[in-house]
Design a protein around this ligand. Structure first.
Ligand SMILES: Cc1cc2nc3c(=O)[nH]c(=O)nc-3n(C[C@H](O)[C@H](O)[C@H](O)COP(=O)(O)OP(=O)(O)OC[C@H]3O[C@@H](n4cnc5c(N)ncnc54)[C@H](O)[C@@H]3O)c2cc1C
Ligand code: FES
Length: 242
């Protein structure tokens, strides 16, 4: 984990209100799939947590959606970037013949490096991605180019299966005993109710991002407190009360 002044190599819109930023940084050498970085966005005091989507030798890629003032400001940034990370526990890459990666909206990005790592291990990777509509889809072709089978769901039915990722899983009769998932809470609840094994990655409002402030606490089944930023954001399916 380190703080560094990294360099923005590119920062471009890839879908409606969705941006891809390529960052040259030393922490690329330590990063694991599912981990995240904290980004300083002047003039805001609190850093913004964003997942690491792809890891290359000296660069990482992040994909972010304009949500409020901070992410809006990020779309104008170029040159130096003050970052801190890699943070949290990412996706464990287990020995599996087949894995299904289930992502929704800006939960899709951390699954990209996860897919790369599973494919490197010889695992067959199915990817199920959920979006609101056709306009907001991103990374379908990128996952296909890696060698994944990709299935899309849109809430309005304008592309792929109509409804949620669970509808796409049913429509395409996708069977598995192991999933890795990241996305909005209702989607993660549905994934946790449908599958028995694998991992989910949670989002929480964060302040320190490194386990000190207890601002991101969730409870496990026994009532113990877990910090999303430090004990997660990735947890085994069934561990956390959603
Ligand atoms: C571990 C983790 C990974 C994430 N990965 C991604 C990603 O890959 N791509 C992406 O687009 N978004 C991601 N997010 C969500 C992203 O952090 C928020 O969208 C962003 O912080 C919003 O900032 P803002 O200034 O635009 O919004 P504002 O609402 O103006 O933010 C105000 C404050 O609330 C915090 N905040 C607001 N929404 C969230 C949120 N959903 N989660 C955490 N803090 C929030 C901000 O950090 C800021 O401190 C991730 C969040 C977490 C916790
Ligand atoms: S954000 Fe401070 S403990 Fe998680």
């Amino acid at each position: 984990m380190r703080q560094e002044i990294a360099k923005i190599l590119s920062n471009e819109e890839i879908s409606k209100d969705i941006y891809k930023m390529e960052i040259e940084c030393g922490l690329a050498q330590e990063a694991k799939p599912g981990q995240f970085i904290e980004i300083t966005v002047p003039p805001f005091f609190l850093r913004r947590p964003i997942s690491i989507s792809e890891i290359k030798e000296n660069t990482i890629v992040i994909i972010y959606k304009i949500l409020g003032e901070g992410t809006k400001k990020m779309t104008e940034m170029s040159g130096d970037l003050d970052i801190f990370g890699p943070l949290g526990h990412g996706f464990e890459i287990e020995n599996k013949d087949h894995v299904v990666l289930v992502g929704g909206g800006v939960g899709v990005p951390p699954l990209f490096q996860t897919a790369k790592e599973y494919l490197k291990n010889g695992t067959n990777v199915d990817v199920v991605l959920g979006f609101n509509d056709k306009e907001t889809i991103f990374y379908e072709e990128e996952f296909k180019a890696l060698g994944c089978h990709v299935y899309i769901a849109t809430m309005d039915g304008s592309y792929g299966s109509k409804g949620t990722v669970i509808n796409a899983i049913e429509d395409n009769q996708i069977k598995t005993d192991f999933v890795c998932s990241c996305g909005p809470l209702p989607m993660l609840k549905a994934v946790q109710n449908t599958f028995e094994a694998g991992y989910i990655s949670l989002e929480a409002r964060m302040a320190c991002g490194m386990g000190a402030c207890m601002g991101c606490v969730v409870k496990d089944q026994e009532g113990h407190s877990l910090r999303v930023c430090k004990d997660g954001p990735v947890f085994p399916i069934g561990k956390v009360v959603l």
